[in-house]
Design a protein around this ligand. Structure first.
Ligand code: SAH
Length: 343
């Protein structure tokens, strides 16, 4: 199989090199670049300001994307779930959603096929780990969502399948491309991690300016280790102190994510202990109501438990938001991505 040059994900310089290597003028590269990143063109033939012969060459030697949309589902609340097929027959998922009435359009994207972290409550964990996505595959999720819907994604959250910090270089590369080529501001990008301490330190070194969200999900080491195997390696107290250093170095507040599960981590004592644990950590709290489906091992908390939990954290001085459940009817809700399609 002769490998075609994949366009989406490439920098202007790389496209220029490709054009020069194919006896084309370098100047055309900028046109292609703009069509790719600012206009999310659907196919080469739509790049109408290129000559026919250039378009022919591109059709022979290049492909827009290495991934393709295999399936798309639309929820009653407008949330869309995209299932992508990768070149090697694997699948990855992304979700597009709108929050409140602002003009924000948020895409939740994946960084790995499956996930190695094994959190007991998460659907993706059940798939096990297959492989990292490469930079192109991460970028193309946003490109294809924009090309398919004709809409511009304004916010990107790395909260789909996989652990972003275990695919560090592709994570950092893709953020750079989203910022520079897709014109998405650093502050509109959020990376969620289950807490890989050395990698958080690496982010601090880079003076990371996007938002770091930490999946804490428990008020102490013991409870966390019960539901998140990663806690056995990276201990709760060390994680909190790492995050404190991170906020000092970057000057950025972190988001503490906490999935509330009935009778697991949703009691008043849990809330009080959590409030104490993160009292001195510059952070906002995002409470996530557990999304359950037939196979879920846990139950969602009562409305009363959610409100009390929120109140206790607020009383300690934290800004707390409750993440609304989106796309539950199409299994697009947070933590339900599991790519039911198999090879
Ligand atoms: N590996 C990263 C990104 C994964 S995803 C991380 O751990 O942060 C997004 C968030 O969804 C994480 O906070 C994850 O713990 C949470 N999640 C997983 N399953 C869930 C479920 N069934 N209901 C609600 N949130 C869930």
């Amino acid at each position: 199989m002769s490998e075609k040059f994949i366009l989406v994900g490439k920098s202007l310089k790389e496209i220029e090199e490709f054009m020069l290597n194919n006896e084309q003028s370098k100047f055309r590269a900028k046109q292609i670049y703009n069509w790719l990143y600012l206009k999310s063109v659907k196919d080469i033939d739509s790049i109408t300001d290129l000559s026919l012969s250039t378009r022919e060459l591109l059709k022979q030697k290049t492909e827009l994307c290495s991934i393709s949309i295999k399936e798309k589902q639309i929820s009653k609340d407008g949330t869309m779930k995209f299932l992508f097929e990768l070149k090697d027959g694997n699948f990855a998922e992304a979700v597009l959603m709108r929050f409140d009435n602002r003009a924000n359009l948020t895409a939740c994207i994946s960084t790995q096929v499956g996930c190695p972290m094994g959190c007991s409550f998460c659907a993706t964990a059940k798939l096990g780990f297959v492989r990292n996505l490469d930079t192109d595959e991460i970028i193309q999720q946003i490109f294809l969502i924009q090309a398919d819907t004709g809409l511009k994604v304004t916010n990107i959250v790395y909260m789909g399948q996989g652990e972003p910090l275990l695919n560090f270089d592709n994570l950092i590369n893709s953020i750079k491309i989203f910022r520079e080529q897709f014109q998405v501001g650093a502050r509109r990008i959020t990376v969620s991690t289950c807490g890989i301490i050395p990698q958080i330190n690496k982010l601090a070194e880079l003076d990371f300016q996007s938002t770091l969200a930490i999946s804490l999900h428990a008020p102490n080491q013991e409870k966390r280790a019960e539901i998140m195997p990663v806690a056995k390696k990276y201990k709760f107290d060390e994680l909190i102190s790492t995050l404190k250093k991170y906020t000092e170095k970057t000057g950025r507040r972190v988001t503490v994510e906490y999935v509330l599960m009935k009778d697991v981590n949703d009691s008043i004592n849990d809330a009080k202990e959590l409030a104490l644990s993160i009292l001195k950590l510059k952070s906002n709290v995002n409470l996530i109501v557990y999304n359950q489906n037939e196979k879920s091992p846990y139950k969602k908390p009562t409305k009363e438990a959610i409100q009390k939990f929120k109140y206790i954290l607020e009383a300690s001085g934290k800004k707390v938001t409750i993440r609304l459940e989106r796309g539950a009817d199409i299994d697009a809700a947070c933590g339900q991505l599991s790519s039911k399609m198999k090879k």
